[in-house]
Ligand binder design. Structure first.
Ligand code: HEM
Length: 227
């Protein structure tokens, strides 16, 4: 019988630990009244940030595989994306239920008044089909369209970052207010988007190949099975 570490890789273990421990901490903090003076807002903010972080991590997999040839990252995109969806769903449930008590007319009014919520809603609506079709059966059924559909993550992540930045009181251009964190998320997303541009990808691939040659000359040989 295989041992735990023969069955699961350290990266897999780390992803699941993050995915579940963040939720357990949220529940413990809620039950023990260890949130801020506004616990519902704290829950809303923490679930939102976890959703965005996990989305950005799933976005990082392809460019990092291209750069470092770490193929396992490609296999882990699904888990990261599904955890992102879990936290985004909790975030939305907290908004409509805990925050607004399912008062739909008030929810609608808030959506109309606050464009950053419309942007968040858009990103959530687009995330839904990605989560539902992330399983192998859908990959087979949708064929080439599966990849096209899942490339929507490159639109969803910037929208979620915009939702974050827009919801904060601050000035993006003067770097004032609570904009540092949303700015960091936005810059990371922009970097990953740039790394997808074919020319940039080529340039990065040639950098990687040079590093491989350097390693070979020194007698050590890193894995180079990049896509
Ligand atoms: C129907 C969809 C959504 C609604 C109604 C919604 C609603 C909200 C609201 C009301 C806030 C402000 C909380 C506060 O500071 O008082 C917020 C913040 C936030 N949301 Fe959403 N959201 C939605 C979708 C999403 C999605 C899909 C993501 C990420 C993938 C996301 C990420 C965030 C983040 C990162 C924040 C800021 C957290 C902070 O202030 O630290 N939201 N959202």
């Amino acid at each position: 019988m295989k041992t735990f570490f023969q069955r699961y890789t350290p990266l897999q273990v780390a992803i699941h630990i993050y995915g579940w421990s963040a939720l357990v901490r949220l529940i413990i903090d809620f039950v023990t009244d260890n949130l801020t003076a506004n616990p519902i807002q704290a829950l809303e903010q923490r679930t939102g940030r976890h959703a965005l972080t996990l989305l950005v991590l799933s976005l990082a997999c392809t460019p990092l595989n291209n750069l470092f040839g770490w193929r396992e990252l490609i296999k882990r995109r699904r888990a990261l994306g599904l955890y992102a969806f879990l936290y985004a769903t909790l975030h939305v449930i907290i908004f409509v239920d805990l925050d607004y008590g399912l008062a739909w007319s008030l929810i609608l009014q808030t959506i109309v008044q606050k464009p950053y919520i419309v942007v968040g809603m858009l990103s959530f609506l687009m995330l839904m089909p990605l989560a539902f079709t992330s399983f192998d059966i859908w990959k087979k059924r949708l064929g080439k369209n599966w990849k096209r559909l899942h490339q929507m993550v490159y639109l969803i992540a910037p929208l979620a970052a915009l939702h974050y930045a827009w919801g904060k009181k601050g000035d993006f251009f003067r770097l004032q207010g609570e904009i540092i964190r949303p700015l960091i998320y936005s810059l990371i997303i922009i970097l990953f988007l740039i790394m997808r541009i074919p020319r940039v990808r080529k340039a990065l691939a040639s950098v990687r190949d040079r590093i491989v040659v350097l390693f070979r000359k020194r007698g050590t040989q890193p894995k180079t099975d990049a896509a």
